[in-house]
Design a protein around this ligand. Sequence first.
Ligand code: GLC
Length: 601
Amino acid sequence: MKSNASIFMLSQLTYRSAEKSVPPHAVTIALEAKIDALVSLMTLEEKIGQMTQVRHFDDIKPKDIKNKHIGSVIHTQGGKPGTSAKKWQKLFKSLQKKALKTRLGIPLLFGVDAIHGQNTFEGATIFPHNIGMGATRNPSLVEAAGKITALEAQATGFNWVFSPCVAIPYNEKWGRVYEAFSENTNLTSELTTASIKGHQGTLSDPTTVLATAKHFIGDGATDFGIEGGDCTLSTKELNQHLLPPYQAAVAAGVGSVMASFNTLSKKPMHAHKQLITDTLKNDMGFDGIVLTDWKGYSRFGENKIINAGVDMVMAVDGDLDDFQNGLKAGVESGKVSIDRIDDAVRRILRQKFRLNLFDNPYALKSLRKQIGSPQHRAIAKQAVRESLVLLKNKKQTLPISKITSKIVVVGEHANNTGLQSGGWTVNWQGTKENYKGATSILDGIRKQSEGTVVYDKDASAQHFDADIAIIVVGETPYAEFFGDIGNGKGTYKLNLSKQHKEYIKTYKNKVKKIVVLLISGRPLVTTTQINLSDAFVAAWLPGSEGDGIAEVLFGESNFVGKLPHSWPKFIKDCQKKYGPNNWNNSIKPLFPYGFGLQYKN
Ligand code: GLC
């Protein structure tokens, strides 16, 4: 009688020897045979364990990897394994070793919110947030960013990132507009494909990771832009505007889809069997992992979400035992079929085999030296340049001459790389400090100018003898519901703060030319400020390479960015269920989707 392990090893051998020179369908057959062989050996506890994702801190002790048959580990705010990539890889390698020592030795998936670079690791290359990547309209640049993010995620021990967010934001009041590419469905679908291709590559390559299309579905289209609110779109609208990016993601072979916090006409998306199983899995042929969002089991119906088609549960923050015991009881009582469990486990194992984790379970040490490399930062700086959108340029105020005698740079956002990067940077809610490896907007201006450059942090120094004032204003970092406007949780507004409006008023009519740079995660109502300025640039959330902005301001590169969102004219434009957008011109924007000026040659 062959032991379980030897049966499994035999299936591995047949698969590996076969995969070299046989057509794809035979590789698939061999892969599915391997999955079948492994599933047939698993106990119910081991299967439920594979469906379990936990934080490497707070949720488990290291012995739980074995005792609770854990299938995936997530890294989030609070659990930094140290400051060096070596320490990060060491921690996850120690957990992986524990998984490989279990009865069947199924390797772990390690997941992280690397949504604009490996942004949880200080020193990584940080790209413009997706709204800026949307403004570039450059799929090859988005693919390159995905590739670099994947490599730097592997370099810190991860093989799965929870990116890209493929939402279609309907209202600027939503606190996550910047995580998505655009209000335009076609552009979002195109950049989704590029992002997944960049992150996943062939998947078996040790520099690639599993990508995640999120949040399925309707996250950006809730009434009044409330995070986790109710989306009341018709099925027709949902199919026309929200579903195509997921169709693109599935066609690109995305390894996972994350369920969304919002409800759809009052039904929790996590428990929406028709959309998760019937539409996403059966109609669209998605064969990857449907993952819950944070603590999704206890928040959205427990075993109902498994029966709806969820395959893996973020069993965090006290949910672990309730999930594992609750699902076991569900199967034993017949309320959850073993076929549903086996389908979930097969999907999880399929991605682990595709990632080649059984042969290469550990991240490569050699990748660590590439974190934040000049080559990676050069690509990120190109993204910064191409993301900038020129909204006004009266009398060719821009480009600024390098020999301008005196330039005053105003505002705290000009000299703070944390403020220029937005949420999900170093910390979940971002940082208000400079961080390792990043360059500020002021750094870039100083590098470009051959004249005098002075800095006036809060417009109190009043350098009225300057030839030009570059005034940098905008939003402080936020993530998720903290960035919502008007629902009582956040403190953000649709227009600039009084202080930032004062910066512009202080220098208006005192200095010949005023250039305003807006650092924001969304279009803001800035009609007055645009009228007061000679030139106005939407710079979004540029990330670590802030010096790329000056290369365009001084004319080394031309503006190429185009608005990924319609730009509101009045506050009331965003007070309805939805803001101005390019498929419903019931609200006339100040600038339409796709607007963007360039230098006259
Ligand atoms: C958060 C977000 C999701 C993220 C997850 C893990 O609540 O909604 O985008 O990937 O939890 O941090």
